[in-house]
Design a protein. Structure first.
Length: 626
């Protein structure tokens, strides 16, 4: 796990930017605190920050070149099947000077060029420069576990793992209006957009080839989605899932540094721990608890799993004050606005876990490929024409006037009923976007000044074009390419890398993902039952109480903070009329109405928008306005 950056200059103007390489590389220190190196010639420069995981010797340092000196690579990630690929390359006459997966990647590219991507099982972003052909190959893994940003103009091509590194090359700063709109709608910015005009995220499953001043983009991986799934029998699905997931976990236990696993007490992380503990005695496991909110504290369930599988378990029990004390530290690391507030507890979990290990396994990805969210049940119910569905939608006018908030069970129920009544009226494509969004287009355009108003049609249209018949498997495929990549994986990558911790995700092994979409949707969700095949496959070995407990996520008490502890900060950063007018992005009257809504008896989801504004203004002051 590392941070990478580089520049390919097309002319003398572009070559001036080579002086920024060292500064851009230094910006990635938290991604790679162990080693800092760079390499450049007259037109190309590449930089690398290393977090040593496999072959921690100096032989694994980067940038790395082949024996001839023609090819140079910088690589971020891990390739789990690199030993098998190395043996194949040895049979073709290649020799190796290290035991690193980086060197295997380099010679795999030399041997097979872009076709080598089909062989890789892992997560990655890397760049390889060919000094003879004067070409640069840049790619990203299938699901977007690792980030890769780039900029291209007539003078140069730039790439980096983070915005702060890319912007160190001196790029002009202008806000991308569509990205801004999507940020407030989704709480994150999906690829290929970034908050900056002219900066792009390489989409998962794609590569770039830079040559002669031109950049060619190609897709090398299509997300699996079977219109006619082949596995419809639950017993067959369970058997294949256990075998495939066990192999995935085994592959992800390779490391030359201390390794552990996150353990939330939910089914997903418990399955990963159960399989890992088969091969690692006294496996180290880590949980985060919430002293001030027992409803969301899952450490009791995690402890039961730890006892069952005899892990070396660590619980980090935090108060609201503990979380609050690290809010500023966490948001300061965000070099692009990211509004999922659950990033804060993930940050704290990563921070504490890194004190013990360098690598942690997690259960991320299971909800998206096996159907784990409430919205999936809502989707199935909305497709039905039964009495329950019709009654809820028929009472839509009542749900509209009732108080709605996530802050207690009753008002949260009113909120869900109101959303369902709205959902029922929409066609498949708009229904999906409604479920993916927190805020409607009209509300966002009220929030923004006219010159910043837009519609999110390019990205939205591209995703929704993938929906054909409205099946649950289509919803899961879209979630995996939009929500999983843009929100969940981004959150884990940002928060773990802020603490120099590598997180591995066994559910996103390509073989596990393919298997999941070979399964009929009835094996995943039916009525209010979700992740059916996953839950049933491991029912006999997991503690029984896990099957009767409610599902919780990481929740942060935003509404309470905004009304008390963070009130002064909000008045200074978010609700400051003078600052808003000077900034020229937001409508002052709409911001004032939002403040009134936040402090009313019926706050709805206003705290989500306020948090997004808080994150945005912190980013603007730190990275854009500075």
């Amino acid at each position: 796990m590392c941070g990478i950056t580089g520049i390919f200059a097309f002319n003398s103007i572009g070559r001036i930017n080579l002086v920024h390489l060292e500064g851009a590389t230094r910006k990635l220190e938290k991604r790679g605190p162990d080693v800092h190196n760079s390499w450049f010639d007259e037109v190309v420069g590449i930089g690398h920050r290393r977090l040593s995981i496999i072959d921690t010797s100096s032989a694994g340092n980067q940038p790395m070149k082949d024996a001839s000196g023609r090819f140079h690579i910088v690589f971020n990630g891990e390739i789990y099947n690199y030993k098998g690929i190395r043996e194949e390359l040895k049979s073709k006459g290649h020799t190796f000077q290290s035991d690193s997966d980086t060197e295997v990647l380099l010679y795999a590219y030399i041997e097979w060029r872009e076709a080598m991507l089909e062989k890789l099982n892992g997560f990655f972003a890397f760049a390889i420069y060919d000094q003879v052909e004067k070409s640069l190959f840049v790619t990203r893994d299938r699901y977007g576990i690792k980030p890769l940003l780039f900029h291209h103009d007539e003078n140069k091509f730039l790439f980096a793992s983070e915005h702060k590194s890319l912007m160190a090359y001196g790029l002009k700063k202008a806000i991308n209006k569509e990205a801004l709109h999507l940020f407030f709608q989704l709480t994150y910015i999906p690829a290929p957009l970034s908050i900056y005009e002219g900066v792009h995220k390489l989409k998962p499953g794609h590569y770039l080839l830079v040559k002669d001043g031109q950049v060619r983009t190609e897709r090398y991986y299509d997300f699996p989605h079977e219109e006619s799934p082949t596995i419809k029998n639950l017993e067959e699905g369970k058997k294949q899932l256990v075998e495939t997931l066990r192999k995935s976990v085994t592959d992800r236990l390779i490391a030359d540094v201390p390794l552990g696993a996150f353990l939330s007490g939910g089914i997903d992380s418990s399955v990963i721990v159960a399989l890992a503990s088969e091969q690692v005695s006294d496996l180290k496991t880590y949980s985060i608890g919430f002293k001030d909110n027992k409803y969301f504290d899952e450490t009791h369930y995690a402890q039961l799993v730890a006892e069952k599988f005899k892990t070396d378990h660590h619980v980090f029990s935090l108060t609201n004050d503990d979380l609050l004390a690290h809010v500023q530290e966490m948001v300061d690391y965000l070099d692009e606005p990211f509004g999922d507030s659950s990033a804060l507890p993930v940050y704290m979990l990563s921070r504490e876990t890194r004190k013990h290990v360098t690598v942690a396994l997690s259960g991320d990805g299971a909800d998206e490929i096996f159907s784990g969210y409430n919205k999936h049940s809502a989707w199935l119910l909305a497709q039905q024409s039964g009495a329950k569905s019709e009654m809820i939608s028929g009472l839509g006018a009542i749900w509209k006037i009732l108080p709605k908030s996530r802050n207690n069970k009753l008002t949260d129920t009113f909120r869900k009923l109101d959303r369902f009544a709205s959902l029922k009226k929409l066609d498949h494509k708009n229904r999906y976007w409604f479920l993916a969004s927190f805020i409607r287009d009209q509300q966002i355009n009220k929030l923004l000044k006219p010159e910043f108003r837009t519609v999110s049609e390019s990205v939205k249209g591209e995703f929704l074009s993938l929906m054909k018949n409205g099946s649950l498997n289509e919803v899961l495929a879209l979630d995996s390419q939009l929500v999983l990549q843009g929100d969940m994986l981004t959150k884990v990558d940002l928060m773990s890398m802020a603490n120099s911790l590598e997180v591995r995700v066994p559910f996103l092994d390509p073989n596990v993902v393919k298997l999941a979409f070979d399964m009929d949707q009835s094996l995943k969700a039916k009525g209010n039952s979700r992740k059916i095949v996953l839950r049933e496959a491991f029912r006999e070995i997991l503690p029984k109480v896990l099957y009767t407990r409610p599902k919780h996520g990481f929740e942060v008490p935003l509404l309470g903070w905004f009304r008390k502890e963070l009130k002064t900060e909000l008045d200074r950063k978010v609700f400051n009329a003078e600052k808003i007018e000077e900034q020229g992005i937001f409508d002052v009257k709409e911001i004032a109405r939002l403040k009134k809504k936040l402090n009313s008896f019926d706050p709805g989801d206003s705290h989500i928008l306020v948090w997004s504004l808080f994150v945005f203004q912190n980013w603007y002051d730190r990275y854009f306005n500075n």
